[in-house]
Design a protein. Structure first.
Length: 197
């Protein structure tokens, strides 16, 4: 089963320290949310596109990043269309897509182990009372769960498609939630067995 979204490569993005990539991702996401202007969004989308090209990734990789969220994006677009109009609906949806693709770009070019090291590097100057190891562990688990949940979603969707239920969201979501909670429980038991709080 897929447990890592990392795509091997030797680009500058692949070689960049994880802490720098995480910091740049934070600044990128903050800029897109704070500065609500179409020009900023356009520049942001172009930067993500350039990043994918520089990393040797294809448009298909970008589509893969947003595919699991397509249903949510459609709902958000419809809600914004109803509440604020077409222009704002397009803007909000494109902004969320840019954020998803930017986050995926970091995951595609960073190994899970490197991600944990990057979190520790960012927390190195934090006060002594900050539980650095626990935060790094929690973030690395989230990092692992993203591709795991996506793989489980694909498996459930294929199974329900064979039953003719691929358009039934309840038939997709209930098994996915059950499997995700079961996996989370197994991970929690493994952590407890290793005497980690």
């Amino acid at each position: 089963m897929l447990t890592d979204l990392y795509i091997p490569g030797d680009s500058l993005l692949h070689r960049t320290r994880p802490a720098w990539k995480l910091a740049l991702l934070f600044l990128y996401c903050t800029a897109l949310f704070v500065v609500t202007h179409p020009v900023v969004l356009t520049v942001g989308i172009l930067l993500v596109a350039l990043g994918y090209g520089a990393a040797g990734l294809s448009p298909r990789d970008a589509l893969t990043a947003i595919r699991p969220a397509l249903f949510v994006l459609v709902i958000i677009f419809a809600a914004q269309l109803w509440l604020t109009g077409l222009a704002m609906a397009i803007y909000v949806t494109l902004r969320l897509m840019a954020l998803l693709m930017a986050a995926a770009l970091v995951t595609y070019t960073t190994r899970a182990s490197e991600f944990t090291e990057g979190i520790m590097a960012l927390l190195s100057r934090a006060p002594a009372w900050v539980p650095k190891d626990k935060i790094a562990l929690a973030m690395s688990l989230v990092w692992r769960f993203i591709p795991l949940i996506r793989a489980q979603f694909d498996e459930v969707r294929e199974a329900q498609r064979a039953r003719g239920l691929e358009r039934n969201m309840l038939a997709l979501l209930v098994p996915l939630v059950v499997r995700t909670l079961k996996t989370a429980d197994e991970v929690a038991e493994a952590i407890t067995a290793r005497s980690l709080d």
